[in-house]
Design a protein around this ligand. Structure first.
Ligand code: PRP
Length: 221
């Protein structure tokens, strides 16, 4: 479905941690709109002059809006993109939002090796990535899908371990958990709908090269 107007470029931004840095980066190439905020209750914010529409959506839904063409472009973490399995173009690594997906367990109950956790329960927001990881290690796990505060799982006896993202390590530390294996590095990515990429090629191409110039000049500092 390609419901958005050809005159506009529609960009889906995730609420939460990535929103501020995404909006800041886009502003550097002139992609702004008055009142653009993830706190606003207004969900579509338009810049009429530049013909840009911003959609502010729940993080996990960004790949869905882009896959179906409700948004031409999106900004999303590689972790959420992989988990979604959505069929979109990944155009650019934006570099910010760096984190990694890993498996962690309560320090006090740490087992000697990874396979000692075979046939145990793992709490996670990323069951697909987790399953692929454990399958590669020949392990069969029970996946318990949680939507937040994953670290609580092993603390209250819901699971033996978690698969979750770590940024600073503070949450693990404060809950006496220890990372035992890293699974996947992640940063924010610019993604595009496959049809939009062809239909709005010039505009998207210009946007990507403008962003690339900004990222390169920042990296050189
Ligand atoms: C994420 C993640 C960890 C935490 C890691 O949760 O699920 O809980 O951040 O960050 P840290 O290593 O800097 O402590 P988020 O804040 O997105 O909220 P959630 O627990 O509700 O998913």
């Amino acid at each position: 479905m390609q419901s958005n107007n050809m005159d506009y470029l529609t960009i889906a931004l995730p609420k939460g941690k990535l929103f501020g840095l995404s909006a800041e980066l886009l502003a550097k190439i002139g992609y702004t709109a008055e009142g653009l905020s993830d706190k606003s209750r207004k969900l579509v914010i338009t810049n009429e002059e530049k013909k840009i529409k911003f959609i502010v959506s729940k993080t996990a839904d960004v790949p869905t809006y882009v896959e179906y063409g409700a948004a031409d472009i999106g900004v999303i973490g590689k972790d959420v993109l992989l988990e979604s399995g959505k069929d979109v173009y990944e155009l650019l690594d934006l570099g910010f939002g760096r984190c990694h997906l890993m498996m962690a367990v309560p320090k006090a109950e740490k087992r000697a090796k990874l396979t000692d956790y075979n046939h145990t329960r793992v709490a996670t927001k990323f069951p697909h990535i987790a399953e692929q990881f454990f399958n590669r290690h020949g392990m069969q796990m029970e996946y318990i899908k949680l939507n937040g505060s994953i670290e609580l799982g092993p603390i209250v006896g819901l699971s033996e371990s978690i698969v979750d993202i770590v940024e600073t390590g503070t949450t693990l530390k404060e809950n006496d958990l220890e990372e035992i294996v890293s699974i996947q590095e992640a940063t924010a990515r610019l993604i595009a709908n496959r049809v939009s990429f062809k239909m709005k090629f010039d505009r998207i191409h210009t946007m990507v090269s403008d962003l690339r110039k900004i990222l390169e000049s920042e990296a050189a500092k």
